[in-house]
Every structure is written in structure tokens, then in C-alpha cells.
Design a protein around this ligand. Structure first.
Ligand SMILES: Nc1ncnc2c1ncn2[C@@H]1O[C@H](COP(=O)(O)OP(=O)(O)OP(=O)(O)O)[C@@H](O)[C@H]1O
Ligand SMILES: [Mg+2]
Length: 310
């Protein structure tokens, strides 16, 4: 299983369109795919895929993240029926739920440490999990980053996006150190939401992106088909399979799938260390979790107003 987060704290850059498009393109290729709508705005669920929010009282992602419910992931996911699915594949969605906003508002009370999403997903049975992140470097995004193998970063060709990507890479580095996890892979930048032909200004910004140190993947230009597909609750790959947007989504999906293939290959060639003891491994992991959670707690206490001792 490989987890890919679609992330950029800048709003309206095409995160949700890319998450839905890439998830659908992978399912079309016969992959078992789970799309997680981690953004409390819920655009992937309602606006792009025409699915309802989880009704109150049913198991939901916020309930799972706050440990109010502890069932299997399969009970949180619903199949998307209006997508072209290749043989053996599926497109399941964990939809948004009203409690997602509440989770952020009450985060200091309903303790949701950084590892909760990883815990919820640990026994999921999919080849690809794609996470549509909110436009913020917040608790939910940190949970996505803790669980993720790699990230896709949609960007618009304007100067503010260069700074946004720099802030993002700093946050990723900071989080990797804070929670003591291996480096997150940058699968690539996906430039989008520009009119064709590209202006000289946009071309200059795209050239500047080459200095960011991430692969630059297929471009997803503006096209009304993206909104038309969303209106019908369909991915663009199903609604307009020949459109440049659908073709770009498939190209990005191939890159993401290539990373999974490489990961599998590495696992096959991995020779286990003869000294490896499962119990030692579990103790080590538990130690890291205790350390990072303790740091998280002290971080919160640092933010609380200090009471005088009188
Ligand atoms: N290639 C495209 N062509 C035309 N419109 C697009 C395209 N991609 C996205 N859009 C539209 O642009 C708007 C923003 O896209 P999207 O919702 O994917 O961005 P986002 O980064 O997820 O936004 P937010 O930060 O609010 O979550 C939406 O109305 C969407 O329908
Ligand atoms: Mg979005």
C-alpha cells in the first residue's frame, strides 16, 4: 500500500481536482484506490464526486481520528459508482463529515496527535490511498504527512506559489524531525489552473519552479470540463476521457503508480537483518511514539498562559 498526500497550504490551487483525478485514473487502471477527503470543506465528497456527507451517528473519519469509534477502515469508505473502473480495481471514498470542523476547533480537548490517521489506515486493504488535504498546515495536514509515503504539490504559475512551496518544504522538514520519521518523498509539482497559451510571466515562474528541487510533472491547464465533470459528480477521466486534463491526470497517476512499483521491488530485494528481533522493533516504535507525543504535549503546555504560583 502506498499513501500519497495532495498538499499545498495555499487555497484554490487545484488540490481537490488533482486528488480526485489521480485517484480515478489509478482506479481506471485497475488499482484498488481509497480517496480520503481530509478537508473539512468537503469539496471532494460533495462538489467533485456528488456524494453525501456522512449522516450524524454513522461511523465517520472524525470519530475514528478522535477514537470515539474504532472499527475497520472499510466501514468508513463508500464506493464511487459513477467512475470508470478497470478490472480488479475500485474507487472508494472516505467522505467528509460534519465533525471534521469540530475536530480542528476542539483539537486541544479531543486529543488527536499526529499519528492518528496512520493508526486508522494501518490495516487498510488498498494499493493506493490518496489524501486530499485542507489548505492549511494544520493538525489534519500533519496527520496526512505522518501517514504519507509521498506528496504531490499542485501549484499555479504565479510568484506567490514559489514562496508557498518553500514554506511547505520547511513544514515537511520540521514535521519529519519532530515525529522522527523517514523523509517524505516529493513525487512532484503539478502546475495547473492557467490559461493557454502560457503568458511570458507564467513561463518565467514555471522556470523558477525548476530550482525548487522537485520533479515537475504533467501540467493540468484550465478547462471547463473539470467543472462540468464535477457538476455531474464524475471524475474528469470518466466524463471527458480524451480531454487534456484527463490525459494529464493519467500521466501523474502513472508517476504515482511507478513509485509503488519501485517500493515493491525494493521490498523484494530487501534482505532482512538476521539480528532483527520483532520485540525490539515494537519497543523502539513505542519509544518514538511516546517521545513525540510527550513533545506534542509539552508544546501545547508551552502555549498555555502561565499561572502565577501565589
Ligand atoms: N483544470 C481546471 N480547469 C478549470 N477549473 C479547475 C481546474 N482545476 C480546478 N478547477 C476549479 O478551480 C477551483 C479550485 O480548485 P480545487 O477545489 O481543486 O482547489 P483546492 O486547492 O482544492 O482548493 P481549496 O484550497 O479550497 O481546497 C474549483 O472551483 C475547481 O472546480
Ligand atoms: Mg480542496
Amino acid at each position: 500500500m502506498q499513501v500519497t498526500s495532495v498538499i499545498n497550504q495555499k487555497g484554490g490551487v487545484g488540490k481537490t481536482a488533482l486528488s480526485v483525478g489521480v485517484a480515478a485514473a489509478l482506479a481506471e487502471q485497475g488499482r484498488r484506490v481509497l480517496l480520503i477527503d481530509l478537508d473539512p470543506q468537503g469539496h471532494a465528497t460533495t462538489e467533485f464526486l456528488g456524494l453525501p456527507e456522512v449522516p450524524p451517528g454513522r461511523p465517520s473519519l472524525p470519530m475514528a481520528l478522535s477514537k470515539m469509534w474504532k472499527g475497520p477502515v472499510s466501514e468508513l469508505a463508500v464506493p464511487h459508482q459513477r467512475s470508470n473502473i478497470g478490472p480488479g480495481g475500485c474507487l472508494h471514498v472516505i467522505p467528509t463529515a460534519p465533525g471534521m470542523f469540530d475536530l480542528i476547533r476542539r483539537q486541544h480537548h479531543v486529543r488527536v496527535p499526529t499519528w492518528e490517521l496512520a493508526r486508522v489506515l494501518q490495516f487498510a486493504d488498498y494499493q493506493h490511498i490518496i489524501i486530499d488535504c485542507p489548505p492549511a498546515l494544520d493538525l489534519l495536514t500533519n496527520n496526512a504527512l505522518a501517514a504519507t509515503d509521498g506528496v504531490l504539490v499542485p501549484v499555479q504559475p504565479d510568484r506567490t506559489s514559489i514562496r508557498a512551496v518553500r514554506l511547505l518544504t520547511e513544514q515537511v522538514r520540521h514535521l519529519e524531525q519532530r515525529i522522527d520519521r523517514p523523509p517524505i518523498e516529493y513525487f512532484g509539482l503539478v502546475p495547473g489552473l492557467y490559461r493557454r497559451p502560457l503568458s511570458a510571466y507564467s513561463e518565467a515562474v514555471l522556470r523558477a519552479f525548476q530550482g525548487v528541487g522537485m520533479p515537475i510533472l504533467a501540467h493540468v491547464p484550465m478547462g471547463v470540463v473539470v467543472n462540468e465533470a464535477a457538476e455531474r459528480g464524475m471524475p474528469v477521466t470518466t466524463y471527458a476521457p480524451q480531454s487534456p486534463q484527463a490525459v494529464a491526470m493519467r500521466q501523474v497517476a502513472r508517476v504515482v503508480d511507478g513509485h509503488l512499483a519501485r517500493r515493491k521491488q525494493q521490498r523484494r530485494t530487501y534482505v532482512p537483518n538476521a539480528d532483527f528481533e520483532f520485540e525490539d522493533f515494537i519497543t523502539e516504535v513505542a519509544g518514538v511514539r511516546r517521545r513525540t507525543e510527550a513533545e506534542h504535549r509539552s508544546g501545547l503546555y508551552d502555549l498555555m498562559p502561565r499561572r502565577s504560583r501565589r
